[in-house]
Ligand binder design. Structure first.
Ligand code: ADP
Ligand code: ADP
Ligand code: ZN
Length: 216
């Protein structure tokens, strides 16, 4: 199954993608996670991306499309993939369409996780991320069992540099201007399904599974 998880920053894409990846045994491809890994290793691409990410701006399309192209060509995507955080611009969506054609793949669903704006700010400013596996926690809504430690892999949790109020506001504005138009784009293509992301994590996951039906 070839999926895109779509939604504003903080909608719960990463949280749901992790569960879906386990359940459907397909890779979770997060452009944000890939950029953060490159930043941690101080690769030239990571250094370039950091200039944009730390301010809450989008990384230029050519860089982003390049890493997705490489990742989707990997053999572990043969039985499907979950894209999280890509595409984020119309140009990225159009490039993805061409790329999938080249790879002889077809998009099954774009799952939009719809969350109210005020909840997004609260989620992002209370988020804690795992350094190693990228799992995300929340100080109120999803605390880890042991404070500061990931339930999944035992690594340390940290606060993302771009999860401060100032960057969050820029990211939400960027979402409205550059990313939200993709809803109409995918609606027209007939592959958009929407779930109410204001519900608790388990209920959102159940709703997504319901929308995907028996398809594997
Ligand atoms: P995204 O990948 O869309 O930016 P995350 O999955 O990282 O979002 O979730 C953002 C924050 O909100 C995290 O702190 C996460 O634990 C929390 N969160 C995710 N889903 C829910 C939910 N349904 N209800 C409350 N908090 C949630
Ligand atoms: P969020 O949790 O806010 O949805 P992500 O982890 O998906 O954030 O992405 C973090 C940052 O990485 C974004 O704010 C942006 O700067 C950059 N980024 C991630 N995906 C893309 C993309 N598809 N295009 C451009 N920049 C991206
Ligand atoms: Zn972890």
């Amino acid at each position: 199954m070839n999926l895109i998880l779509f939604g504003a920053p903080g909608a719960g894409k990463g949280t749901q993608a992790l569960e879906l990846a386990k359940s459907y045994q397909i890779p979770h491809i997060s452009t944000g996670d890939m950029f953060r890994q490159a930043m941690a290793k101080h690769t030239p691409m990571g250094e370039e991306a950091a200039k944009y990410i730390n301010k809450g701006h989008l990384v230029p399309d050519d860089v982003t499309i390049g890493i997705v192209k490489e990742r989707l060509s990997n053999s572990d995507c043969q039985n499907g993939f979950i894209l999280d955080g890509f595409p984020r611009t119309i140009f990225q969506a159009e490039s993805l369409e061409i790329l999938l054609q080249e790879l002889n793949k077809k998009l099954d669903y774009v799952i939009q996780i719809d969350v109210a704006q005020d909840a997004l700010i609260q989620r992002l400013t209370g988020r804690r991320m795992c350094k190693r596996c990228g799992a995300s926690y929340h100080i109120i809504h999803r605390p880890s069992k042991v404070e500061g430690i990931c339930d999944e892999c035992g690594s340390e949790l940290y606060i993302r540099k771009d999860d401060n109020l100032e960057s969050v506001q820029v990211r939400l504005e960027t979402y409205l201007l550059q990313t939200k138009p993709l809803i109409e784009y995918y609606q027209k293509k007939g592959c958009l399904v929407t779930v109410d992301g204001n519900q608790d994590i388990k209920k959102v996951f159940a709703d997504i599974q319901c929308k995907l039906g028996d398809k594997k």
